[in-house]
Ligand binder design. Structure first.
Ligand code: GLN
Length: 240
């Protein structure tokens, strides 16, 4: 944390914000406030420079064309690469997840360059993945089973310098046949889970806050978010 508050930068809501991704910023603000940690959130439009003093950068999902434009502008800006180098937290969903990798598939599946800040590559999957996804998170992250909604054509393969965020229990996830969902390395974490992901998985929000402040946070009373998570888990995993 660079100052007395956590600075949250929501990257390009004008291009990357499907399925209520703004909820991720709100949950981070709220769960920090409940621990008396002030936050400041910047909604960064795509014609503005990426600030160099953010603690947490959020990227949401997007349709193919806004995704391509966002990738071009972020590559030209360079600010996210610098943020990773100073160990800031990056949380990227779906189109944002694909953008932070080495490459992703364009409208016709043609390979387009990403930011290369997470060792993943995305291309066009065999078929669009739409629906609920549930995954068991890598043990070292200490986050219980996560749930979300996915809607993507892209499929993603993880390289040797990143690890799978979760093993898929239900749904598609990365969709490259390996049975994983999302990826992470250092303080950079990407996922296909919308929903929005941090609303549905408060422990994931707390992980990002912990990374940002550099220490463990006191636990909170179970909230509506936990109840929502339980409800979605039961809805997906309980046979009717
Ligand atoms: N356009 C990307 C894909 O279909 C990402 C979609 C999204 O963010 N929901 O793979």
């Amino acid at each position: 944390m660079s100052s007395d508050r956590i600075k949250i930068v929501w990257i390009y809501p004008d291009l990357l914000s499907t399925y209520g991704d703004q909820g991720n910023t709100i949950v981070l603000e709220r769960r920090a406030a409940l621990r008396d940690i002030p936050t400041e959130t910047v909604h960064l439009r795509s014609d503005e420079p990426v600030p160099d003093d953010g603690d947490i950068y959020l990227l949401g999902g997007g349709e193919d064309r806004p995704q391509i434009l966002a990738a071009q502008r972020l590559r030209a800006d360079g600010g996210l690469t610098a943020a990773v180098q100073r160990n800031a937290v990056i949380f990227a969903v779906c189109a944002g997840y694909q953008i932070i990798g080495h490459e992703f598939g364009g409208e016709e599946g043609q390979p387009l360059p990403g930011l290369g800040i997470l060792d993943i590559r995305s291309g066009r999957g065999a078929q669009r993945a739409v629906g609920e996804v549930v995954g068991d998170v890598a043990a070292e992250l200490n986050v219980p089973r996560i749930t979300g909604f996915e809607n993507h054509q892209g499929a993603t393969t993880i390289g040797p310098n990143a690890r799978p965020l979760a093993k898929v229990v239900s749904g598609v996830g990365n969709g490259d046949g390996q049975g994983f969902e999302g990826a992470y390395a250092g303080h950079t974490l990407g996922t296909y889970m919308h929903g929005p992901a941090l609303v549905r998985n408060p422990a994931l929000a707390d992980l990002l806050l912990t990374w940002a402040v550099g220490m463990e946070l006191p636990p909170l009373q179970p909230s509506w978010s936990e109840r929502l998570r339980e409800e979605r888990l039961n809805a997906v995993l309980t046979p009717r």
